[in-house]
Design a protein around this ligand. Structure first.
Ligand SMILES: NC(=O)C1=CN([C@@H]2O[C@H](COP(=O)(O)OP(=O)(O)OC[C@H]3O[C@@H](n4cnc5c(N)ncnc54)[C@H](O)[C@@H]3O)[C@@H](O)[C@H]2O)[C@H](O)CC1
Ligand SMILES: [K+]
Length: 465
């Protein structure tokens, strides 16, 4: 199975070719795909009548297989095509269907609609009349399924090339494609699933380096753990010390053994477990026992704040850099970053840091930013991308939209620093942090505030042990 890999159309073709090279004929793979989709339609819609729309390519081929399989289940099923099959496998699939093929522009609607017009082979928008017809038929159906992708969506960037209806279920074949993760495409359906068609997408497959963010596996502290071995985090506080306090608590709850808040002695409402130290303490940032620094949340945009960032960078420790620190960092400051750094920009901060990376998918932009900066980049948004300089990326597409509230970024930055202190691995730490953040939000329910997330971190971690 794909193991969460997210592929481009070209990478998917390469993965399919690798499967064919093992001696499995294309038509057999098409039959697997069609049957897998048919089982889902059968499970959801039972014997309610189905209309399958077939295109000229292999997506259409899947459609004929789906129709045949549903007929075997005793489901009343009809097929309508926009053109004759153009590939050998699709021709064979239609022959094996053997039933009538109606004209898509003239056919009657059905209770359930299966869109097998175009999949990863779509190269341009649908003709207006065809797109309109697809939308009309979908409007008249109670259940609408997309085979692989809705017809009209660009596989690699999730753009909507021509009008697509709303789908109840989008069934990806073999592996996720980028459009399954990206807006606006991913707003076109209620639910999606990835169906196994026997592709084995290991790390050797190009593109397997981009994956869907999955629940991490975490471990409890070792038997002989103590607070320093579990990781000492120093959080640099600034003008808005409450932000740093949120981060510090998140770092502590993420598993760090010891968290110091540097330069925020006036704060009284951080937990007592967080130790406050003065920024004048000589080794506040250079204590060799520090496993990770965090700088940015509430730092401020003054010269004094910039000086704090410089001091933190000079310390050369593994570091998470967020918010105002990203503002001070500016373009081209990459040589000043320590070797193990995590940058956590939102869109505005990202564009300021990487002005020439304003266009493209968040996947490509975050990967380019990571390669350039040498840091792990977490591009935050409705879909967040965690990218490493070596080309790995994880996509978090399931975070609750309730996270769009003040202070949640400070919590995420603290989680990054905390996990970085625990594991020492910036990419793994950032992935764990983003997952825990989303999970804490799910557990907090609707309309939470950032402080509530802190109390969900422990149970989110428990789910990963
Ligand atoms: N390759 C395999 O072994 C399997 C693929 N599966 C399914 O096949 C599709 C991809 O199939 P492909 O034939 O490459 O592409 P499409 O069916 O999406 O369509 C290609 C066909 O359509 C022409 N075309 C493209 N855009 C338009 C347009 N806007 N209007 C008209 N015509 C268009 C293009 O030139 C081609 O001729 C994949 O998604 C899976 O569903 C099986 O699942 C497994 C085996
Ligand atoms: K389709």
């Amino acid at each position: 199975m794909s193991g969460g890999a997210i592929l481009t159309a070209a990478e998917m073709r390469a993965a399919e070719q690798a499967l064919f090279a093992t001696g499995i004929p294309e038509y057999d793979v098409m039959v697997r795909a069609g049957r897998a989709v048919a089982e889902m339609v059968w499970r959801v819609g039972a014997k309610r009548d189905v209309l399958v729309l077939c295109g000229p390519g292999n997506n259409g081929g899947d459609g004929y297989v789906i129709a045949r399989r549903l007929r075997e289940h005793g489901v009343p099923v009809r097929v309508a095509a926009m053109a004759d099959p153009a590939t050998e496998s699709a021709k064979r699939a239609r022959d094996d269907w053997g039933g009538p093929v109606e004209d898509i522009m003239a056919c009657a609607p059905a209770h359930q609609l299966v869109d097998a017009l175009f999949g990863t082979g779509l190269t341009r928008e649908l003709d207006a009349s065809l797109a309109g017809r697809l939308c009309d038929l979908a409007k008249q159906a109670n259940h609408v399924y997309a085979v692989d992708l809705p017809s009209g969506i660009a596989t690699d960037d999730g753009a909507i090339l021509s009008p697509v209806p709303h789908y109840h279920l989008c069934l990806s074949l073999g592996a996720w494609k980028r459009a399954h993760m990206l807006r606006p495409a991913a707003l076109c359906w209620d639910q999606m699933a990835c169906l196994d068609i026997g592709l084995d997408i290991g790390m050797a497959t190009p593109g397997a380096a981009v994956r869907r963010l999955e629940k991490p596996r975490l471990s409890a502290p070792a038997d002989d753990a103590h607070k320093y071995r579990r990781g000492l985090v120093a959080v640099v506080a600034g003008a808005m010390a409450g932000a740093a306090a949120l981060s510090a608590e998140a770092a502590a709850r993420a598993g760090a053994g010891y968290v110091r808040l540097v330069g925020a002695q006036a704060i009284v409402d951080a937990p007592h477990a967080i130790v406050r130290v003065s920024s004048r303490d000589e080794d506040a940032l250079t204590d060799p026992r520090i496993a990770a620094l965090l700088v940015g949340p509430g730092l401020g945009r003054t010269e004094a704040a910039a000086q704090k960032l410089r001091a933190a960078l000079e310390a050369g420790q593994a570091m998470a850099v967020d918010a105002d620190a990203l503002w001070h960092l500016g373009e081209g400051a990459w040589p000043a970053l320590p070797p193990r750094a995590i940058l956590t920009p939102h869109e505005g901060e990202f564009v300021r840091l990487f002005p020439d990376l304003a266009e493209g998918t968040p996947i490509d932009r975050a990967l380019a930013a990571a390669a350039r900066s040498g840091a792990v980049v977490v591009l935050k948004g409705p879909v967040s991308v965690i990218a490493a300089p070596d080309g790995r990326a994880a996509i978090a597409d399931r975070a609750p939209s309730w996270l769009s509230t003040a202070g949640t970024g400070d919590v995420l930055a603290g989680l990054c620093a905390g996990r970085l202190a625990v594991t020492g691995d910036p990419f793994g730490a950032a992935c764990e942090a983003v997952w825990l953040h989303g999970e804490a939000a799910r557990r907090a329910g609707p309309a939470f505030i950032a402080d509530d997330l802190l109390h969900g971190i422990g149970s989110a971690i428990k789910a990963c042990l």
